[in-house]
Design a protein around this ligand. Structure first.
Ligand code: FAS
Ligand code: PHB
Length: 391
């Protein structure tokens, strides 16, 4: 089989890239290790930056997002029992975010790809990447017991943090930067009305909590938990009781509980691999970087990586290698700003079991400054809605 771009991974990165390349008439095949149902069953992100919303429109998959998504102009920080609203739109000249679940976005992308008759090989096993340091890279995989090989011009490693692409790069050619946090997020999805109109990020002595949503009838909640916790140790009632303890009395009184339709614990880490290009192999999304979800950046960074990569590949086929030569540096400038913001929000809003008491007081003072200062609220707002794109 031959294609121009072999995309590894049918998460948001791979699917958005496939859409953007197809629009430009560039042939791509997506190889995905799992079934579509498995990919859709992973409950993840919920907040889109404007640049991601615009990109989905550009990719031709924005209509259901506009019909069902919830534009949000503010978030609240619950600190010391008091809620402080961060007026995202007022502080950024009208910019806002869109609350629309990654599951829905992935569904829209999968349906658009299938409707266009574009090739996605699900349950592609034992994917391996070869000769990406030459002009003739190849990808091999096994499907239903039969071995296959794809000849291509480029390989897009959109295969997430545990994927094969970054793992296939020689150790001497790549530098990893990482911080692992001493806690995780226990997430619960329920068909109950959200506790508040806007998201509530709560810092409490018992730990962080986040009240988010997917629609006016479906809520998404998170609790900071220690890394020793297991999801089977958290029956729904225990989750709801602990969430109530971390909310202010008004929110706690409004909380509508119900059976969980999904419950899982996600570890938190900050991670960046540099560079993101290795000859004809390009890393994008979680394959290249991970952020703690506190800043709602993971999915948005994946989208802006593939925005940059699609433009670079289009330029290549139009005769210029400038885009692919600058891909890594251009992405990393945006990635590191989002990494810093996500790390900062995580430090400010979580309780760290072993932090030096002085540092904990200093972080508490910083959060107090941020919520009570126009400059502090502005810096949080402009990073949360997404910094302006470079080009
Ligand atoms: P993904 O990991 O989504 O997709 C990679 C795809 O590649 C997967 O479908 C995988 O099956 C496939 N793959 C892997 N190895 C392969 C191989 N060898 N061969 C073929 N296919 C292979 N972000 C937020 O903004 N907010 C959140 O609340 C949030 N919560 C998260 C919770 C969890 C548990 C995780 C893991 C991430 C979370 N994220 C969150 C971040 C998440 O949304 C990612 O940023 C987003 O999924 C990135 O998309 P991709 O880069 O496409 O990677
Ligand atoms: C979510 O709704 O899943 C969500 C929202 C905001 C975050 C993280 C997760 O910062």
């Amino acid at each position: 089989m031959r294609t121009q771009v072999a995309i590894i991974g049918a998460g948001p990165s791979g699917l958005i890239l496939g859409q953007l390349l197809a629009k430009a008439g560039i042939d791509a095949v997506i190889l995905e290790a799992h079934t579509p149902e498995y990919v859709l069953g992973r409950i993840r992100a919920g907040v889109l930056e404007q640049v991601a919303v615009d990109l989905l429109d550009e990719a031709g998959v924005g209509s259901r997002m506009h019909a069902e998504g919830l534009p949000h102009e503010g978030i609240e920080l619950l600190v010391g029992g008091t809620r402080h609203r961060i007026d995202l739109a007022g502080l950024t000249g009208g910019r806002k975010v869109m609350v629309y679940g990654q599951t829905e976005l992935t569904k829209d992308l999968m349906q658009a790809r299938a409707a266009a008759g574009l090739k996605t090989e699900y349950e592609a096993k034992d994917v391996s990447v070869h000769d990406f340091d030459s002009a003739k890279p190849r990808v091999r995989y096994v499907k239903d017991g039969a071995s296959h090989e794809i000849e291509c011009d480029f390989i897009a490693g959109c295969d997430g943090f545990h994927g094969v692409c970054r793992a296939s790069v020689p150790k001497t050619a790549i530098t990893n930067f990482e911080r692992v946090y001493p806690f995780g997020w226990l997430g619960l999805l329920s068909d109950t009305p959200p506790v508040s109109e806007e998201l509530i990020y709560a810092k409490t002595a018992r730990g962080f909590a986040l009240c988010s949503m997917r629609s006016h009838t479906r809520s998404r909640y998170y609790l900071q938990v220690s890394l020793t916790e297991r999801v089977e140790d958290w029956p729904d009632d225990m989750f709801w009781d602990e969430l109530r303890r971390r909310l202010d009395p008004q929110a706690s009184a409004r909380l509508v509980t119900g059976p969980s339709i999904e419950k899982s614990i996600a570890p938190l880490r900050s991670f960046v691999a540099e560079p993101m290009r290795f000859g004809r192999l390009f890393l994008a999304g979680d394959a290249a970087h991970i952020v703690p979800p506190t800043g709602a950046k993971g999915l948005n960074l994946a989208a802006t990586d593939v925005r940059t990569l699609s433009r670079a590949l289009i330029e290549f086929y139009q005769g210029s290698e400038a885009g692919i030569d600058h891909y890594s540096a251009r992405c990393l400038r945006r990635i590191w700003k989002a990494e810093r913001f996500s790390w900062w929000m995580t430090l400010l809003l979580h309780t760290f079991p072993d932090t030096n008491p002085f540092e904990q007081r200093a972080l508490d003072a910083e959060l107090d400054y941020v919520v009570h200062s126009l400059a502090g609220r502005t810096t949080l707002a402009e990073n949360y809605v997404g910094l302006p794109f470079e080009d």
